[in-house]
Write a new protein. Structure first.
Length: 689
């Protein structure tokens, strides 16, 4: 059933993209008679002769264009007397007449000024490297999309100063831990940054799990397609985060997905396959070396080995040897990844449609895998008079993870003697006799347990911008996020010692989490220039609501292994849990940015309220002031003799965190074990914040 569903999704996606591509090709053909076009090819390199991928190549005066591949190669249809434009971030735009040539190789020249003007996302406004007063670090699509990882956070590892990424484990789907400038809270869940995808806040705290992911939780961002991400900005200091008020103290991670590009119409397909294995292993003793050390230890203590403290010397075969590293994680994990995207439209309306499939195996024993399906759609529209601008983006991800049911063997392997007995019997069942005789469990206890974690994540955003008068525009963002995760963990009796079967039965644990949130953020934006100075102001509001639901239950006493998980067939339902919560948030915010040649000033402020705070601390004010000076542009400084760009910046401000749990300021009670009684577990605190 799962395979059929996967095939249907892929076939439907390919059909839609091919259809759009056909329309795009039709648009090309209508633009110019085929007899008047010539195909021009070439290679684009930098000043050192290295090929440049994704350079935009367009025909001047038209919407026809393409981009170079990973080897810097391009191919485009162009009139014999047409002009080609080559543009790439950080390099000067180059115009080259075709003059009837069929091959044109281009060497782009680096533009230091352009590098300083790279636009970065600061949240409610955009700025540049040159003008920014806050500490904002950015990674781009070129650094992200080619990495063979599952979570966007993993792509940041080692690429940002002050940002620490700790992997959640060696299996996909595990939530990594991110710390921006260290810890700010004694509560573990109070240290996560604010995640915003295309203007929509998404769940911050890892999702609870009963499987091996229980220690780290399920990554809420694993459903995103890395190849569909345009950039990730991390806001670190007060100047950058104060505008997010009581949600910015742990930093803000802004994820921007790719938009359409009418100059790069066409269908793009990329795929890779690979394999991963454990490259380096710990140098362990063989049986002879191990037993020699063990015997020497008893000899030094003048003790006689016995079955209680030296089963490896008394009970087990003295000539047996097993390379446990090879046995437990000596496999090869196959990785497959396919990405499709289509760009189309014209300068007024253009779109991007994308989809991907990712499959990853495991180096551990077993044939379980992790699969991810994603789809994305982005649409931009500009009215003919440029007064109205509409932007819509939608990203959907589906994860199927079956890698988390077995026991974690990452440390057990290094504790096993090399002459330990077989783990499996000849019939494939677990060998318990020889291990039980030594008074220890089979290291693969729980091996036949299985889990299935399915996650759905939908993120949608609608942006409307209307130019009221020159310099003044109204903007509003409407965002929606829905997440649903279901987990089923099956525990058959054959995973455990038959001696315990009298006390245990076939059992299952089921857990379901869902989040449903929306946000509205209207804004007024005013831009003005006077002389050498420019002014940017923003006044806005934010209203958000989030509803969370969690339920879980354990079923025991299934008659046979085949019906594990069917709660109606369980003898007992235990440990049932059900919880619902609502989160409400509202804020007013503003920004004043003043630029004067080489000097930059940034003032931000926010007054917000969170339902997680007690009535006495419900509302609070946050603010920041930041400034920057480009000293390398001072004519008499002498710095420009050896510096291409130099800037000093400083900031001071306040930010906060409402990651303190819902309803924690209220009285709470719990039912007693006996009938009709309750006892307090939490006292009312109106100043809880």
């Amino acid at each position: 059933m799962k395979n059929n569903y996967s095939r249907l999704v892929i076939i439907a996606l390919i059909t839609i993209i091919v259809f759009l591509y056909a329309l795009t090709i039709k648009g090309y053909a209508a633009g110019l008679p085929a007899a008047l076009q010539e195909t021009v090819t070439g290679v684009v390199t930098d000043e050192q002769g290295m090929p440049l991928p994704r350079v935009t190549v367009t025909v001047k005066g038209t919407s026809r264009g393409t981009s170079t591949n990973l080897d810097g190669e391009y191919e485009i249809a162009v009139p014999p007397q047409g002009v080609l434009l080559f543009s790439y971030i950080g390099f000067k735009v180059m115009e080259i007449p075709v003059d009837g040539r069929r091959e044109i190789n281009v060497q782009l020249v680096e533009d230091i000024t352009a590098l300083a003007e790279v636009e970065i996302n600061a949240g409610y406004y955009n700025t540049t490297r040159r003008e920014s007063t806050g500490n904002i670090t950015r990674v781009t699509a070129e650094e992200i999309e080619l990495q063979p990882v599952v979570s966007p956070l993993q792509a940041l590892q080692g690429r940002m100063a002050g940002v620490e990424i700790i992997p959640g484990g060696d299996r996909p789907g595990a939530a990594p831990t991110i710390r921006i400038r260290g810890r700010n809270s004694l509560r573990e869940e109070g240290n996560y940054p604010l995640y915003i995808v295309d203007g929509v806040p998404v769940n911050t705290i890892p999702i609870e799990s009963n499987s091996l992911l229980g220690t780290t939780g399920i990554d809420p961002l694993s459903t995103l397609n890395l190849s569909n991400i345009q950039s990730i900005e991390v806001l670190k200091d007060a100047d950058a985060t104060a505008i997010y008020g009581s949600r910015g103290a742990n930093g803000v991670v802004l994820i921007t997905t790719k938009q359409g590009n009418y100059a790069e119409k066409g269908l793009n397909v990329s795929a890779y396959t690979g394999a991963s294995w454990m490259p380096g292993r710990v140098n362990l003793l063989n049986t002879e070396q191990y037993l020699e050390i063990r015997r020497k230890a008893f000899e030094n203590d003048d003790l006689e080995p016995s079955v209680y403290d030296a089963y490896d010397l008394v009970l087990w075969d003295q000539n047996r040897f097993t390379d446990w590293q090879d046995f437990f994680f000596g496999g090869t994990s196959q990785v497959r990844d396919v990405n499709l995207s289509a760009n189309g439209g014209d300068k007024n309306t253009y779109f991007r449609l994308s989809g991907s499939f990712h499959k990853q195996g495991t180096i551990y024993r077993g044939d379980n895998d992790y699969r991810k399906f994603t789809g994305g759609f982005n649409l931009n529209h500009y009215s003919p008079n440029d007064k109205l601008q509409l932007g819509f983006s939608m990203n959907y991800g589906l994860d199927n993870n079956s890698l988390q049911g077995n026991r974690d063997l990452s440390t057990v392997v290094f504790e096993l003697p090399p002459n330990a007995p077989e783990v499996f019997n000849e019939d494939g069942s677990l060998n318990w006799d020889e291990w039980s005789e030594a008074g220890i469990d089979n290291p693969l206890a729980g091996y036949f347990n299985s889990s299935k974690i399915t996650s759905h994540n939908l993120i949608a955003d609608l942006s409307v911008i209307y130019k009221i008068v020159s310099g003044l525009k109204f903007k509003t963002n409407l965002g929606y996020n829905y997440f649903e995760g279901k987990e089923l963990l099956k525990r058959p009796k054959r995973s455990y010692d038959p001696a315990t079967w009298e006390y245990i039965s076939h059992s299952s644990s089921q857990l379901e989490n869902s989040f449903n949130s929306w946000i509205i953020e209207p804004q007024l934006i005013y831009d003005s220039s006077f002389g050498k100075a420019s002014l940017n102001t923003i006044i806005g509001a934010s209203v958000q609501e989030k509803k969370s639901f969690q339920s879980g239950v354990t079923g025991e006493g299934y008659v046979t292994e085949t019906i594990i998980g069917d709660l109606s067939a369980a003898d007992e339902l235990l440990y049932g849990t059900s919880a619902e919560s609502e989160y409400h948030y509202a804020a007013l915010f503003g920004r004043i940015g003043l630029n004067w040649e080489k000097l930059f000033l940034n003032l931000t402020g926010r007054r917000d309220g969170s339902s997680r705070f007690g009535p006495g601390k419900r509302l609070a004010n946050f603010w920041a002031i930041g400034g920057a000076w480009i000293f390398s542009e001072e004519g008499s400084s002498g710095f420009n003799d050896f510096l291409s760009f130099g800037k000093i910046r400083t900031s001071y401000g306040t930010s906060g965190s409402d990651q303190i749990g819902d309803y924690m300021y209220m009285d709470a009670y719990k039912a007693t074990l006996g009938p009709g009684g309750v006892y307090p577990t939490q006292l009312y605190n109106p100043d809880y914040s």
